[in-house]
Design a protein around this ligand. Sequence first.
Ligand code: SF4
Length: 166
Amino acid sequence: MEKILISACLLGEKTRYDGGDNLIEGLMDFTKFYDVVPFCPEVEGGLPTPRIPSEIKNGAVVNKEGEDVTRYFEHGARKALNICSFLGIRLAILKDGSPSCGVHEIHNGRFDGKKIPGMGITAAKLQEKGIQVLNEQEGLALLSELLEKQAKKEMKQTKEHGPRRK
Ligand code: SF4
């Protein structure tokens, strides 16, 4: 089965900066079509959980206390890319808005809760290397297409061969 990388927090792992998660239960249905590989670039990059929140500012990642933590984010992004290359992963579903995983938007670097268009460090690295990156909403849309196709296929098979015996 093909493999897919998904932000660990979207699958319920408590990897968020505040020790929480961003669980979207529906995304677990990807296991019907892919081997799911959960991954958190910030944890894998060497940061603790919970941790001081960070945002991207002028190309660097800086935490709320003013420390430049770019190296951890880059390390996590390199690891994500290595895992994708090693496992032949071509698609990643990432949590939008994060300085690592953001696909279409990130926080503006002022810690005021506002977001701007942009990509997180890992999302940008994966995309640059030809891996398709989708945010959680796009992931859900893709999943519903896959489920719909599967349901149609099963219906066709039932028409042709009758219901499957259990
Ligand atoms: Fe989730 Fe990505 Fe943040 Fe880790 S870095 S908690 S996977 S959004």
